[in-house]
Design a protein around this ligand. Sequence first.
Ligand code: SF4
Ligand code: SF4
Length: 457
Amino acid sequence: MDAKRIVNEKEIEGILADTGSPSKRDIENVLKKAGQKKGLSLQDVSILLNADRKYESRMFRTAGKIKRDIYGERLVLFAPLYVSSHCVNDCEYCGFRRSNRKRRKRLSLEEVREQTRILEAMGHKRLLLEFGEHPELNDIDYVVDVIRTIYNTKSGRGEIRRVNVNIAATTTENYRKLKEAGIGTYQLFQETYHRKSFESLHNGPKADYERQLFAHDRAFRGGIDDLGLGVLFGLYDYRFEVLALVSHAHYLDRKYGVGPHTFSVPRWQPADGVAWKEPPHPVSENELLRIIAILRMAVPYTGMIISTRERPEIRKKAFEIGISQTSAASRTSPGGYGKKQGVSQFSIHDERSVDEVVRDVLRQGLLPSFCTACYRKGRTGQAFMDLAKPGEIHNLCRPNAILTFKEYLEDYASPETRRLGEEIIKKYLSMIEDPSARKETRIRLERIENGERDIYF
Ligand code: SF4
Ligand code: SF4
C-alpha cells in the first residue's frame, strides 16, 4: 500500500508554500465556499491556515453556523475508560510508555464492572475505552470480554449503551471481533502524519508508520464503518497535520463513500514519566480554536471531539465553533474512577463533575445529549453519512438529545441543573420543526416522566 494515497507529504508542503500569504480575495472566497457546507479542498484549507489573525472571528462565525446547521445545538457527552496501562511501545510523549517504570494496571473484569457502575451513577451512557498495546495482556479476547462486561453491567437505571474503542492498530480479523462485540466507533489517531517525526517519536510495533496509517482501511474491511481519526497536536507543525488529516478524510470518503465519523483534536499535555516540558511544536489555545474552526469548515459532516485536556473556558469556545462531542469528569488512569490510582496517560485541565459540565453547557444555551441512537438503529457508515452530509441529522439529534437529557435530569441531576435543564428542553422541544415529531417527542417525554427509559428515534 502506498502511503501517498492518504498523505502526500510533498504535495502538502507544496500547497502550504504556495498559499503562504493569501490575499483578502482568496480568503473571502474560501469563507464563502465554506458557508455552502460542501467541504473544502486542501488548497482552501491551506489558505485558511495561512490567513492573518484578523480573519479569525469570521472563521469562527462561519464554522459556528455550519455546526449549528448540521448538528444543531446538541453536545454529546461521554467518558473515557482507561482499561490497561500496560504497553510495549515507548512513545516519547505518553505516560504509558514502556520506559516509564511507574506501576501499571490492567483492570480485572470485576474492576471493569466497578468502574462501569461508577460511570453509570454519573449519568454516562457512552464510553470510550483506552488500552495500551500489549499482545499478551491486552489481547483481542480480553478487549472483547471488557466490552461485553460493560454492556452487561447495569445498575439501577444506569447502563452503557455505546462503547467506542481505541486500541492499537491491529488485523482485519481482530477488527471483525470488535465489530461482533458491538463497538460503536473505532478511534485511532495517527498522532503525527509527518513520517520522519512519527518514526523518531515511536519505538516498538507502533513505529511502523504504514501499520498505523492503513489501520482504518483494515477496520473498514473488518466491518467497522464508524471510524475516528485524530492528531496529537504538538508533535509537528499543526498546519501540516491539519492538511494531512483532511487528506485522510478525503481518502476514506473517496475510497469507501464513508468519511470519518469523528475527528479528535487533542493537544499534548504533560505526563508523569515524560521528560518534555513542552512538545516539539507547541500549539497555543488560540491556534487550537482555529484548527477546530477550519476542520469544521473543511469536513462539515464529521463529528468533532474535545477532551478534558483543555480548560473549561477553551472548551466552551470550542463548543460554539465546531465541537459536537465532549468528555466530562474524565480520569486518565485505569481504576481512576475508584480509589486505586495508577500512572496516568496525561494530565487534564477540566476536573468538573458531569453535573457541573452539564450546567455550564446549559448556561451556554446548548443542549447536553446522552444519545446513542444511530448505531443502535443501524445508522452507521453510509446510512449515517446519507443524513449527515445533507445536514439532516439534526432532525434526529434534537429529539434524541431531549429524550436522553430528560433521563439525565430525572435520574442524576442536581436541583439547579434540573431547573435549568427543564427550561432548555422546553425551548428546543418547541423548535422541533416537524409537528408530528414534536408531538411524538412530547409523548415520549411523558413516558420518561412515568419511569420508562431508553426511548429513541
Ligand atoms: Fe502505548 Fe499508546 Fe502510550 Fe504509545 S501512546 S506508549 S502506544 S499507550
Ligand atoms: Fe449522534 Fe445520531 Fe444521536 Fe445525533 S441522533 S446524537 S448523530 S447518535
